[in-house]
Design a protein around this ligand. Structure first.
Ligand SMILES: NC(=O)c1ccc[n+]([C@@H]2O[C@H](COP(=O)([O-])OP(=O)(O)OC[C@H]3O[C@@H](n4cnc5c(N)ncnc54)[C@H](OP(=O)(O)O)[C@@H]3O)[C@@H](O)[C@H]2O)c1
Length: 305
């Protein structure tokens, strides 16, 4: 398969999408953002993910789509209404995109569609790869529905790569940015007994892996996680060490929930995930192990280099 010269991104304003756009442009590719609301650039493509409309003709001539859009899982309380938005933004949004692909002649060669390791549910110490069975909780169910909407593009001749993303580490946003203030105060530590596994990936590696999926072959699921998931206690210790702060105080779940909100549920469910498909394809991580990754992200003194 040739190199995709033009890549459309949904959710381009988000943590991953904005870093992906910068990276793709730095690699000499053209990026077209698929945006909600009024387009700001001439190259923007308008859509209304839950309203079911997208400027389909603008997708002709795009070589690949990276579909990241979805209501934030980490921000805000999970009321019934919020859960509906989390699900519908992904399920209906993906359907909107795939229906648009069905309506055009010159289709993108590939659709790289985000999902999450939440697909596997809460699984203790079990090693999970892409062939592992899905879980049954809310996020697991959302991920399954989200992935199956994306796969509906395959009969249209579009290669679909499902990207099951782990906990993305960046001081700019996501879980690490939320944990940092607590740890900088010396008030961070393991949650409960700290035995649950956290499958993480740095922002620069998730972006490189998404780019890699844009040009790769085959319609399969890929776990986008570093090859060395860590128990929460070890994660906390490594973060404390990089910040030169004690990180020993076990935080009860309810206290963490008070500070971090709903993302606590994601951080305390145990997923020990291996990136088997990326490894089989020869993908190389810049940040394969946690202490070095945190050092690269935060600098050896906890201040960004
Ligand atoms: N960050 C992580 O640790 C992580 C882990 C696993 C999976 N993921 C998944 O990967 C994707 C990207 O993650 P991220 O961290 O970049 O997310 P993010 O920062 O929350 O960005 C998601 C983007 O989706 C769009 N969006 C927000 N609400 C929406 C809604 N109700 N309907 C449709 N679109 C909406 C927005 O882009 P526009 O305003 O430009 O439309 C937003 O910037 C998400 O689907 C997320 O669930 C992330």
């Amino acid at each position: 398969m040739g190199r995709a010269a033009t890549v459309a991104i949904t959710g381009a304003s988000g943590l991953v999408g904005s870093a992906l756009e910068r990276h793709l442009v730095s690699q000499g590719r053209t990026v077209r953002r698929v945006v909600r609301g009024a387009p700001q650039r001439e190259t923007d493509i308008a859509w209304d993910p839950t309203g079911g409309t997208v400027d389909a003709s603008a997708l002709e001539g795009v070589d690949a789509i990276v579909h990241l859009a979805g209501e934030s899982v980490a921000e805000g309380r999970w009321t019934a209404e919020k859960k509906r938005r989390i699900r519908e933004s992904r399920v209906l949004g993906t359907r909107t995109l795939v229906e648009a692909l069905g309506s055009i002649e010159r289709r993108p060669r590939s659709l790289v569609s985000a999902s999450a390791i939440g697909y596997y549910g809460d699984r203790g110490d079990e090693w999970l790869d892409e062939r592992s069975a899905p879980g049954a909780d809310f996020l697991a169910e959302v991920c399954q529905a989200w992935e199956s909407e994306a796969q509906a593009a395959e009969p249209l001749g579009v290669r679909v790569a499902r990207a099951r993303i782990g906990i993305v580490l960046s001081p700019e946003g996501g879980a690490l940015a939320k944990l940092l203030p607590l740890f900088r105060l010396g008030a961070g530590g393991p949650v409960a007994d700290g035995r649950h596994f956290m499958s993480w990936i740095t922002l620069r590696d998730v972006v490189r892996a998404l780019e890699w999926l844009v040009d790769s072959e085959g319609s399969i699921a890929h776990n986008l996680v570093a090859p060395a998931p860590e128990r929460n206690a070890d994660f906390s210790r490594a973060l404390g060490r990089v910040l030169r702060r004690p990180a020993l105080l076990p935080a009860p779940r309810f206290a963490l929930r008070a500070v971090l909100g709903e993302v606590t549920g994601v951080l305390v469910s145990s997923q020990r995930v291996h990136p088997s498909a990326l490894a089989a394809g020869g993908f190389e991580f810049l940040d394969p192990t946690l202490p070095a990754a945190l050092g690269a992200l935060l600098g050896s003194t906890g201040v960004r280099p």
